[in-house]
Design a protein around this ligand. Structure first.
Ligand code: DHE
Length: 521
């Protein structure tokens, strides 16, 4: 078996005859190439959309797949095909994606190593920026999805400094090194890029997976961890040159493998925390130099074929059982609890000190986008607020009693929520539905919407990021003919517009590296 556990299974499945059904009378492979390949990859390995292979569709029944192809998928870029394709064609496509891939998919350490590109050596580049700004910590990166570029913005002058090409379909927040000179990007098809902001140069790139979820950078700046959907692996990279250090073939004791929902860094724990999508477990991977507390209970390096412990005990894993799969999660500011939810909307709180679920039934019915969760102080207690992808509201939860204090009604489901320590307001978009051009501003003191902005009627207004001091809020107009709009965060008046090509996320260096309570981590 390959280190990723994919090869043998794919090879065996390839030998099995594919059952012929009436729906397959439609030329499913041709339909696939015509309608699906652009987002899901010609070999179904995933790109902008996820991989469409049997191993990746374990949690999606065929009936549900037909519905997704017909109606589209909430909270994703997946369009509805009911008006473009006939019912038998949709059925044929649904059958087709459950057939094994014709190619053997192997993406182990050999393939990862072979993909490595060293563009520049960090040690040969200057530690001084090649541009002039007042405050290097008030820089922003803006991901422009329209033509796969990234813009570097000066957060003081609120003007672009530089624009560079990215890999196809970046997704998730880019992560800065601890002092903000370097940034790491992940693309949906597995490319990890390290960029030197001071020198405006790419340092290195590597393809860590075929279909990647996201990446995390250790708080000491030494390691990068990549979470994959395909293969079912976590890949630890050296943060200096992106060379792989270790590959985790993610599986439970019974040998069942799992996609990774997401990985984040928990600085006080010297650990990466990863949620698994097909196994009800959370993994904590220790990267500190001294052994973690309670080291004896940790799973050491092991041989995936025999299950035996290997000799080395670097980067050990602690496996924490949870009540249900976690599709998304979020930390409290102290990194004691993780608040997770499944796509079905079941919320759980996991205590990382004791290593178990302490609240099994958190009320999060609207499919929260917990990656966007933020916290603030409200009437002497800390609250967590998250938009919901399936409900027209923002949930506000007391983080001591874990009770919902309020559902703030919105004009539609929201994707991203943001605030800053220096502003009384939290901003949340209305990403879906007829009011996708609206942006709500919530007063954190009253939990009421105090203003609804519509900066570009008819165009999606989404994702906010603040300047380092919280004085300005930057909003994306999510359109090829789009813009980043700068608002005065106190008066809520527009200050200026910077034209951009479908800008999605914006990331302020200071807010990210200080892990502001108002932003995603
Ligand atoms: Fe994202 C962040 C998951 C669809 C744009 N999204 C994240 C993160 C996760 C996630 C786990 C946190 C990663 C990190 O920062 O390290 N996203 C998911 C999904 O499960 C979902 C719903 C389905 C999917 O296709 O994977 C999904 N996301 C989308 C989109 O369709 C968006 C709008 C467009 C796109 O780029 O594909 C989108 N996601 C984003 C952005 C962030 C993000 C801009 C970073 C937000 C931030 O401020 O940190």
């Amino acid at each position: 078996m390959s280190p990723t556990g994919v090869t043998l299974k794919s090879a065996l499945l390839c030998l099995m005859p594919v059952l012929f059904t009436p729906a397959m009378a439609a030329d499913a492979p041709a339909l696939y190439q015509q309608h699906c390949a652009v987002c899901h990859n010609a070999q179904r390995l995933g790109g902008m959309g996820p991989a469409l292979l049997p191993g990746n569709l374990k949690r999606l029944r065929k009936k549900a797949a037909v519905k997704v192809i017909s109606d589209g998928r909430v909270a994703t870029q997946m369009p509805a095909f009911a008006k473009t394709l006939s019912a038998p064609e949709i059925q044929a496509l649904a059958e087709y994606i459950y057939t094994p891939a014709s190619d053997n998919i192997v993406w182990g350490l050999d393939e990862i190593n072979a993909s490595h590109i060293q563009h520049h050596l960090e040690a040969e580049l200057s530690d001084e920026p090649v541009f002039e700004v007042n405050d290097l910590l008030n820089l922003f990166l803006v991901v422009e999805l329209g033509d796969h570029h990234v813009t570097l913005l000066d957060g003081d002058r609120l003007e672009p400094i530089h624009r560079f090409k990215s890999r196809f379909a970046l997704h998730g927040g880019p992560k800065y090194s601890n002092r903000g000179r370097f940034v790491y990007f992940a693309s949906r098809d597995g490319w990890i890029s390290k960029y030197d902001i001071y020198n405006l140069k790419l340092i290195a790139e590597i393809r860590a997976g075929i279909n990647t979820r996201n990446l995390a950078v250790s708080h000491d700046g030494r390691y990068v961890m990549v979470a994959n959907y395909l293969p079912h692996s976590l890949v630890l990279l050296d943060a200096v040159d992106l060379k792989p250090i270790k590959l985790y073939d993610v599986r439970n004791n019974a040998g069942q493998t799992s996609r990774i929902s997401a990985v984040y860094t928990a600085p006080p724990r010297n650990s990466f925390i990863a949620a698994l999508k097909d196994i009800p477990e959370v993994w904590q991977i220790h990267y500190g130099d001294s052994p973690p507390v309670g080291f004896g209970q940790w799973m050491h390096d092991y041989n995936p074929e025999s299950g035996e412990k290997a000799e080395t005990e670097t980067f050990p894993v602690r496996r924490i059982p949870v009540d249900d799969y976690l599709d998304d999660f979020f930390f409290d500011q102290e990194y004691v609890s993780i608040i997770g939810a499944s796509r079905e909307g079941k919320g759980q709180v996991v205590d990382l000190d004791v290593g178990r679920v302490i609240v099994p039934d958190l009320a999060l019915p609207g499919m929260p986008h917990l990656g966007s969760g933020i916290t603030w102080e409200y009437q002497g207690r800390t609250v967590l607020a998250t938009p919901n992808l399936r409900a027209n509201n923002v949930s506000v939860i007391d983080m001591e009693s874990w009770e919902t204090i309020k559902h703030i009604e919105t004009l539609g489901p929201g994707f991203f929520m943001r605030s800053h320590e220096n502003t009384p307001y939290a901003w949340v978009d209305v990403f879906f539905g007829p009011d996708k051009d609206a942006m709500h501003v919530i007063d954190k003191r009253s939990l009421e919407i105090v203003k609804t902005l519509r900066p570009a009627p008819g165009k999606t207004a989404a994702h906010i990021e603040f300047t380092r001091d919280g004085r300005y809020a930057l909003l994306s107009i999510w359109d090829p003919d789009g813009a980043v709009i700068v608002y005065d965060a106190a008066t809520l008046e527009e200050v200026k517009r910077l034209p951009m090509n479908k800008p999605s996320g914006k990331y302020n260096v200071y807010n990210k590296i200080t892990r502001s309570a108002g932003t995603s981590h």
